[in-house]
Structures are given as C-alpha cells and as structure tokens.
Write a protein that binds this ligand. Structure first.
Ligand code: BDR
Ligand code: CA
Length: 311
C-alpha cells in the first residue's frame, strides 16, 4: 500500500493525543514528523505532552520539533478549562527521555518539504501559527504541500464564542494566512467534529481492553467528559482532532462539501469566525476548501477503540 506522507502539527491536548494515537497506529500514514505549537497549553506543555505520547506508545522514531509559543498578533489564550493544567486532563504519562529536535518546527517542516520528492500533507490540529509562518516565509514550498487537513473553524457555529472555534480564535491572523494561501484545505471544523463523539459506553470498552492505550484514553476522556457535562449537560465528548486522521485513513466515513472558506480578522462581532460560502451561485473557481459536515459516529468510535487495541 502506498502510504500518505504527513507532518502533524499539534497542541497536545486530549484530542490531539488521541489523533496521534490513531495516526501512529495507522498503516495508511507515513509520519515524517510531528511539530508542536502553543494552544491548549503553553508550548512547554504541548511539546512535553507530545514527546511523552510519542515515546509511551513506542514511536520515538518519529522526530518531534517545537514550534511557536505565541500567536502572530493577538494575546495568547489557552484552554486549561478543557484539557487541564497539564493539557492531558488527569492522565499522567512517564516523562519521555527523547528531546525535541534541534531545529524549530518551521525549519523542520521546511527541511522535510525541501528534501521530499513527493508532496506532503500537513495536518494541523492546533492554532495555525507554525503553518502561517512557514507559508509566509517560504511561499515556494506551497507546491510541495499536497493539502492541509486541519481541525479548525465551523461553517455554522463556534465553540469559544458564537462564531469562533478555539484553534482559529487562538491565532486568527495565522488562520487567515493559511485559508488565503491558495493551498487546498480540508476543514474538519465543528460541523463535523461535534458529531465525532465518544460516549461513556465507549470508555467502558476502552477500559475493558486492559492495556496501556485503553487506560490512557479512558483516563484522558474522563476529564473531557466532565467538561462537556458541566458546560452542555451532555453525556459524551467530541474528539475533534482525531477527525483529521480519520479523514485521511477512512475518508468514506466523512461527508464533505466544497466551499469558499475565509477567516474574518476585521469583524467587530465576528472576529475569528470562519465564513464558508456554500451558496450555489458563488464563483466556484474560488473554492479553497472541502468542509467536513458529517461522520459515521459509530465507525469513528470503533476506530478509536481499534487503534487503542494495538498498544
Ligand atoms: C479544538 O480546540 C482544542 O481545544 C482541541 O484540541 C481542538 O483542536 C476544538 O475546538
Ligand atoms: Ca488541538
């Protein structure tokens, strides 16, 4: 099988960690590297969590490069309310021995793209700071990028406020650069990721695996579930970032619609919102995104459980 070459850019994060678990166990993917960015927590913590996840699940062979610690323009925000003080809820992993690469994230991605003979898919699941700086600094490398499959935004809703999703709100100016870059985007935003739910029943199944991935995922989800229960009074949690990986490994499970997606960086009331034009009379030559709108929830949950079985 021809593997899909990817670089995953994360702000690990409970759902980023699950995305990494899925990716690292997927035969379909060739992970050229993982880069980190500040988002759910500070860059120190997201990098630490990423190194710990990668080593604990036996993939120290994958290089991890540390990225930007602050957004391009706005004040930094983090999401400790959703991911806890460490970023992984109440889950605790052994501290990895492996260190981050000497190269920073943007230089690392640049090097991999420059040296690659094939195009590479970028998979950002955090704020888009690293990716924006890469595209601004080395625009000629756009032709080395197959596409950007990202978790961010929402055509019809926000989660940080009425219009803004967290990853976009954490660095709207960076997101604007990426969406306007001309690189093809697959937007796994809230329209699809809020349907990628793990339930308490699924967590029972993870615990029943009685292995290290099942235990880790169940513990991390406990914190997430509690946040969803308190905020929304629902019994389940959305595993946003994992949708990007499932899009690559099992695209048949996700329904997408073509659209023209932009990020509002000027709006008084709509700052950091993603505006997606699906109107039939739009100029379709301007379409830059495939926007996720639905997912087979049961198959998604089964993939998460199956991935955990492998560890
Ligand atoms: C996104 O925000 C973060 O908290 C999650 O890791 C995910 O990437 C969901 O809005
Ligand atoms: Ca994330």
């Amino acid at each position: 099988m021809k593997k899909i070459p990817v670089i995953i850019d994360v702000d690990t994060g409970i759902d980023d960690a699950i995305a990494l678990l899925l990716a690292m166990s997927a035969e379909e993917l060739d992970i050229k590297g993982i880069t980190t960015v500040a988002g759910n927590q500070t860059i120190e913590k997201t990098t630490r969590n990423t190194l710990d996840v990668v080593e604990y699940f036996g993939r120290s062979d994958i290089p991890v490069a540390r990225g930007y610690s602050k957004p391009l323009v706005r004040e930094q925000i983090i999401a400790a309310y959703a991911h806890g003080e460490s970023g992984l809820g109440t889950a605790v992993l052994p501290k990895a021995k492996k260190q981050a690469e000497a190269l920073d994230a943007v230089s690392f991605i640049r090097k991999v793209l420059e040296e690659s003979e094939e195009k590479i898919t970028l998979v950002p699941t955090g704020p888009l700071t690293n990716i924006a700086i890469l595209l601004l600094s080395y625009p000629h490398l756009k032709e080395k990028i197959e596409k950007i499959v990202l978790m961010g935004g929402g055509a019809y809703t926000g989660n940080s406020n009425a219009v803004a999703e967290f990853n976009i709100l954490a660095d709207p100016e960076a997101a604007n650069v990426v969406f306007a870059s001309g690189v093809n985007i697959v937007m796994c935003g809230l329209d699809v990721t809020l349907k990628a739910i793990i339930t308490p029943d699924d967590i029972e199944k993870l615990l029943a695996l009685n292995n290290k991935a099942g235990d880790f995922a169940a513990e991390a989800f406990k914190f997430y579930l509690e946040m969803y229960r308190k905020a929304l009074n629902v019994s389940g949690c959305a595993v946003h970032d994992a949708v990007t990986i499932v899009y690559l490994t099992h695209p048949e499970l996700i329904k997408t619609k073509p659209g023209t997606a932009t990020v509002d960086i000027d709006g008084k009331y709509t700052y950091a919102g993603t505006v997606v034009d699906f109107t039939p009379w739009r100029d379709r030559s301007k379409d830059n995104a495939l926007v996720g709108v639905d997912i087979d929830r049961d198959a998604f949950a089964q993939l998460v459980i199956d991935a955990c079985k492998k560890y």
